[in-house]
Design a protein around this ligand. Structure first.
Ligand SMILES: [Mg+2]
Length: 233
């Protein structure tokens, strides 16, 4: 027997608003700044390795990304990277932190349409201050009943978040662009999960779609979310 859906968790970055595009733009700038020292491909690989290595120390977000760019710049230049390049990388990070929010198609309508009918929880990784700023700027903040800014997205994190904001994972749904962070661990916790793919997804967020799982759904954009909810409702 299916239990009723009461709580809906939304991922933020690249689900409700653009995010990865900003990282990729900055990464292109990084490659331009270091063009005399390393090929773009090679540089991207080294940066990804640094980000992976540093996740446990810095967590997710722009500040950690800037530190990983600086570390990679030092490595690929054999410690000869000019201070003006370091300064440009710091400024690029500051510009990311100041960048205005750009909502994704259907995001506002989807959240508006569900607010009041379900308990809505924003569940996101990243820097606390930056995520709070983005939510305030998005104009969606008022429609969420709760915000959970978490250091990682694991089945345990989802289980406890959905326990705090409803009747547990069995009566909850997670909606997001990352199979690895938003879909698979939420399914493992016992929730429904809706994948809304984004053209740009960070290389460290790739995973296989669990098509055989009957609690798994995939939609093209958030305008289709209501249909999925009616289907299980
Ligand atoms: Mg995301």
């Amino acid at each position: 027997m299916t239990q009723n859906l009461t709580t809906i968790g939304f991922d933020a970055d690249d689900t409700l608003w653009q995010n990865e595009a900003l990282f990729q733009m900055t990464q292109d700038r990084f490659a331009t700044l270091l063009t005399d020292y390393a090929e773009a491909d090679h540089l991207a690989e080294r940066l990804e390795a640094a980000e992976q290595r540093n996740l446990g120390r810095y967590g997710f977000g722009i500040k950690g990304f800037v530190l990983s760019m600086i570390e990679t710049a030092i490595e690929v230049t054999s410690e000869r990277v000019p201070a003006r390049v370091i300064r440009a990388l710091i400024e690029a990070g500051q510009q990311m932190l100041d960048h205005p929010i750009e909502l994704l198609p259907g995001a506002r309508d989807a959240v508006e349409g569900l607010a009041g009918r379900f308990t809505l929880v924003l569940i996101t990784k990243g820097d606390l201050l930056d995520q709070e700023r983005k939510l305030a700027q998005s104009g969606l903040g008022e429609m969420f009943d709760a915000v959970e800014i978490v250091s990682d997205k694991t089945p345990q994190i989802y289980a406890s978040a959905f326990e705090r904001h409803g009747g547990g994972a069995e009566t909850a749904m997670m909606v997001g662009n990352s199979l690895k962070s938003d879909v698979i661990p939420a399914l493992e916790a016992g929730a429904w999960a809706v994948h809304v793919p984004h053209d740009l997804t960070w290389s460290l967020e790739h995973a296989e779609a669990p098509h055989e799982d009957e609690r798994f759904f995939q939609i093209d954009n958030l305008a289709e979310l209501g249909r999925v909810i009616d289907q299980i409702g």
